[in-house]
Ligand binder design. Structure first.
Ligand code: MSP
Length: 493
């Protein structure tokens, strides 16, 4: 079975993380947990992008060195991920010596392959995006994302010869699969329209904070080249061939990102890899933006939502659930705390928490064991079929739909209680045990399905149902005596 490498973009350390960054990292964590539950070996990579003009600019503003800013802010990302129960395998920082060496090695390779040349260039540079924009990209003369005026930059740089044909072939043959289809069409559109070669270096006079270009001491390696290479430097490119083969060459590689950096990942990165003969990633999942009143979240716009505050108020699992459930994984979606509280009350408190409480109360009142083998086969089949559909949705990165599917199974539990009225059947022991066995089987499966998104809550439910650490294949041998516990999700006012 192929191993899986899951990556997130490495985030700029000009600031602390917001819920947009949290979403991508959470999606990677959820996929990692899901694939592991399917018996697959997974490596989950995230980190921070620490070089470039943007970081240098912020450092200067607050009177610190760029390295100090990087150290402070990369810690904030680590802390936020810890608060959100996100468990990555490796956190790369582009200021790591190991990464810097790998980047130098890669650009030397580009030179060796004759893939770069020197050119005088003039263009409009947005420091916020760390890229050149064209007049067409601007709205009222400003970068549409950062609302700032790009600088006119004219300098001599090294350029990478873009081979668009090879990239197109890769995408068209689905060797590099881009989802959703809309993102794939966008990339093919870009490829058809044609793109200029891009610079891989900046003059040191202008940008000092970066990795030296090994063959020209007046140049710094362009921050995007530096950044993209994290995906391979982190897993051994340049210094550990065995690891690199294991987690890149022979693995199924999945990049997660939002549409703002699609061109870098679906055009430039594949072209770079092709030019030196390294295998390309297998899949890229492009999700939408979290917006606030329809606008992209950013510090500049002052609509920044800090995930730490939300976790402190509601707990990690609630935030994890809400971020994944509320917006479609392929579309933009608005964040609002009001919606969060509504969903908490409806889906979690009245939905999941209430079903658990009812089952436990009935079980405790009954006072005897409930053999799971008595679960009704029609309910067992519904649960298994739902779990299968859920898995298919997870493979397609449709987290919100997978959770909706899970809640449809919960709904079946509520229906079963309403029509079978178990409280009237306690005296007909066998009949009662059959209903309860079905309910426990059903809710136990819900707990397994929510495990990637809500690991702690899933455990609590499995503990309450006495199914924690019981392999699914031996559930039918279990005899269960239930006891009430405190509400999983007390209602919010
Ligand atoms: N440093 C580059 C990425 C280099 S990867 C080789 C960068 N950093 S970033 O800090 O700006 O992060 C961009 C990514 O953060 C997006 O692609 C997305 O994954 C996530 N998000 C940032 N804002 C977001 C929203 N408002 N909504 C959803 N995700 C967003 O670009």
């Amino acid at each position: 079975m192929r191993k899986i490498l899951i990556t997130t973009p490495i985030y700029y350390v000009n600031d602390k993380p917001h819920i947009g960054h949290a979403y991508t990292t959470l999606a990677a964590d959820v996929l990692t947990r899901f694939f592991r539950a399917q018996g697959k070996e997974v490596f989950f990579l995230t980190g921070t992008d620490e070089h470039g003009a943007k970081i240098a600019e912020v450092a200067e503003k607050v009177g610190k060195t760029p390295k100090e800013i990087c150290d402070e802010n990369s810690e904030k990302f680590k802390k936020a991920w810890q608060n959100l129960e996100i468990k990555y395998d490796y956190f790369i920082r582009t200021t790591d010596k190991r990464h810097e060496e790998a980047v130098k090695k890669f650009v030397e390779k580009l030179k060796e392959k004759n893939a770069i040349y020197e050119k005088e260039y003039e263009g409009l540079y947005c420091v916020g995006c760390e890229k050149f924009l064209t007049e067409k990209d601007l709205v009222d003369g400003l970068c549409p994302y950062h609302k700032r005026k790009p600088e006119i930059i004219s300098e001599k740089n090294y350029f990478f010869k873009l081979d668009l044909k090879a990239v197109k072939e890769l995408i068209k043959t689905k060797k590099l699969k881009i989802s959703p289809a809309r993102a794939e069409s966008e990339v093919l559109g870009l490829l058809n329209q044609g793109l200029d070669d891009f610079s891989i270096s900046r003059q040191k006079e202008r940008v000092k904070w970066g990795i030296d270009l090994p063959f020209d001491k007046n140049q710094i390696i362009y921050v995007w080249i530096d950044a993209l290479l994290n995906y391979i430097s982190a897993i051994g490119y340049g210094d550990n061939e065995k690891e690199f083969k294991k987690w890149w060459v022979d693995a199924h590689v999945i990049h997660l990102l939002a549409k703002d950096i699609l061109k870098f990942h679906a055009v430039y990165w594949p072209a770079m890899l092709l030019s030196v003969g390294i295998k390309n990633p297998d899949e890229e999942f492009i999700h939408g933006f979290f917006t606030i009143n329809g606008q992209k979240m950013s510090k500049t716009l002052g609509n920044f939502v800090d995930p730490n505050n939300l976790v402190e108020k509601y707990g990690a699992d609630v935030i994890r659930y809400f971020l994944l459930r509320e917006v479609s994984s392929f579309e933009d979606g608005d964040f609002s705390e009001k919606r969060l509280r509504e969903r908490y009350n409806s889906d979690l408190s009245q939905g999941l928490g209430n079903l658990l409480s009812r089952i436990l109360a009935l079980g405790e009142q009954f006072g005897k064991e409930i053999p799971l083998s008595l679960a009704d086969s029609s309910i067992v089949n519904v649960a298994l079929a739902t779990k299968k559909e859920y898995s298919q949705l997870m493979y397609q990165f449709r987290f919100n739909d997978a959770l909706a599917k899970t809640w449809s199974l919960l709904g079946e539990g509520d229906k079963l209680i309403s029509w079978s009225k178990p409280w009237e059947k306690m005296k007909e022991e066998k009949e009662f045990q059959k209903i309860m066995g079905s309910l426990i089987f059903l809710l136990g499966n819900v707990a397994l399905m929510i495990a990637p998104a809500m690991p702690k809550i899933s455990d609590e439910i499995l503990i309450a149902l006495q199914l924690k650490d019981v392999p699914f294949s031996s559930w039918s041998e279990k005899k269960i005596s239930l006891k009430k516990r405190e509400q999983l999700f007390p209602k919010l006012d």
